[in-house]
Ligand binder design. Sequence first.
Ligand SMILES: [Zn+2]
Length: 296
Amino acid sequence: MDKNKKRQLVFDIIITVLVVLVIVLIDFFVVSLRSSSGDFKEEVLQADQSQSINSPENSIITKDLEQIKPGEKVFIPILNFHHIDKVPANVSKTTASYYIEPNDFEMIMQNLIAYNYQTVFLSEVIDLLEQGIKPPDNWLVLTFDDGNINYYTNAWPILQKYNLKSSIYIMTGVGGENYLSDEQIKELSESSLVEVGSHTIYHPKLTQISKPERLKELEISKDELEELLNTDITILSYPFGLYNQEIKDLAKAVGYKAGLTFDQDAWQDPQDLFELKRISVWPQMNVVKFLEKLKN
Ligand SMILES: [Zn+2]
């Protein structure tokens, strides 16, 4: 290579390096300009917001929710189930109506999801109602009475599969192989998908026993569950759905925040949390259709 050609090559290399450097500098300048502009900031803000909506600890964004007007009823469907299992042979029609087959139960859950219902704990509903705030339209509560073992064997796997919250109401003095064990209740309670409430000690007709017995049923069942689970038990499901004003007052005095009846409705009186209405789900029931009809 002669001297001139060598010089030309060195010159070309220097020019190329300079051009690349200028391009990199321009690029850097443009990016830093964009990041200080409003648009870019808004993008970041939106990303942050969507993240906080999805995170479980901030699942309730109360600022966008309406206040409840005086005297206004609110639509909060609380579904009630007893057995998720095949109907046993030779049972009465009434007993059979307490059974939903696991496949049917799964279809009901899929249907609720398809119609955008969101399962929440009753305590989440109560938190809002106590602040006079109307819960979102799509909130729905799943409740299971009696602590039957088939909740654990049949309902729980389906509820876990779809990440659905539910509440179970336990009788602390009734046990055996057909019922959830203390270990199972503990495991469920720790899962973050299950909320536990009281269904008294022995499931009596509260309206037909003596006053001291009534007090015991409400108070001791609460204490025992609180000791087992190391958490506040604030919701009572009245056995047979039976209640009166005295029972409601007693439940409040003992420290419950709400009582669940079998009065078939979803329109709730936010001023009376000790008379919450529920909808018993029966076999072949089209729950979504039923709720839509009830709502309008
Ligand atoms: Zn019961």
